[in-house]
Design a protein around this ligand. Structure first.
Ligand SMILES: Cc1cc2nc3c(=O)[nH]c(=O)nc-3n(C[C@H](O)[C@H](O)[C@H](O)COP(=O)(O)O)c2cc1C
Length: 217
């Protein structure tokens, strides 16, 4: 004969299994509100972070960021992106000292130079898609950094050819590899506040001259 308390424990255990099952299946459901909310929240709360605490970003965290970057869409799925991870302090310092717009690199824990291989994409006019491909990867990387509690900022290189030349020389890049951005990464030094950029005036429905920023009812 089982004691009442044994029945109670079995009942509680079954209840726990049921609640856990419900929680797991609801969290992975594609139309599950909390999962969507956290993605939107991460997008809406990201901001450029230019001051870092000095705490080091791990290799595992960098891997997560690079995986997120390589999950981005690319024209024709060509994936012409190439990445140079900078985690040596002397190179970070050199970037910070040589580029007025990238002074934060000196204090960053790491940087990723987002490059495009101009021979790994289409030929002709469509070759220029590499910039959009590497940009999509860059935004993914920024969002992933924010999502895991890091701070990052996208610093432009291409199409400013003086910067392209300096980075190419500094990193010994082959001529077909063009550096597009330097993303500096670290733990944020303090609270970060996203900018509100919502401007309905920038939206047109159906034709430019629709003269309404609201979708017609
Ligand atoms: C193509 C591009 C180039 C940028 N270059 C720099 C840069 O050289 N230095 C810098 O501090 N921020 C740079 N930024 C970051 C922008 O200044 C920043 O995204 C913008 O002010 C909006 O702020 P938010 O990222 O916090 O929303 C760049 C952003 C983009 C998309």
């Amino acid at each position: 004969m089982m004691k009442n308390s044994t029945y109670l424990i079995i009942l509680l255990a079954l209840g726990l299994v049921f609640v856990s099952y419900k929680w797991v299946t609801s969290a992975t459901s594609p139309d599950d509100a909390p999962v969507q909310k956290s993605t939107i929240e991460d997008i809406m709360t990201r901001t450029s972070v230019r001051a870092y605490s000095g705490k080091e970003v791990s290799g595992e965290q960098l891997d997560t960021l690079l995986r997120a970057a390589m999950a981005a869409p690319t024209a024709g799925n060509k994936q012409p992106w190439r990445f140079v991870v900078i985690n040596e302090k002397n190179i970070l310092k050199a970037i910070g000292e040589n580029f007025q717009t990238m002074t934060m690199a000196t204090d960053a824990s790491a940087a990723v130079i987002m490059c495009g291989d101009t021979t790994a994409t289409f030929k002709g006019q469509a070759q220029a898609y590499w910039v959009q491909d590497v940009s999509a990867a860059s935004e993914n990387l920024l969002l992933a950094a924010h999502a895991i509690g890091l701070g990052a900022v996208w610093c432009g290189i291409y199409p400013q050819m003086d910067r392209v030349e300096q980075f190419s020389k500094m990193l010994n890049l082959p001529s077909e590899i063009l550096p597009m951005a330097c993303i500096c990464i670290g733990y944020p030094a303090g609270e970060t506040t996203p900018k509100d950029k919502w401007e309905p005036e920038n939206i047109h429905y159906n034709t430019w001259d629709s003269n309404t920023s609201r979708q017609p009812e």
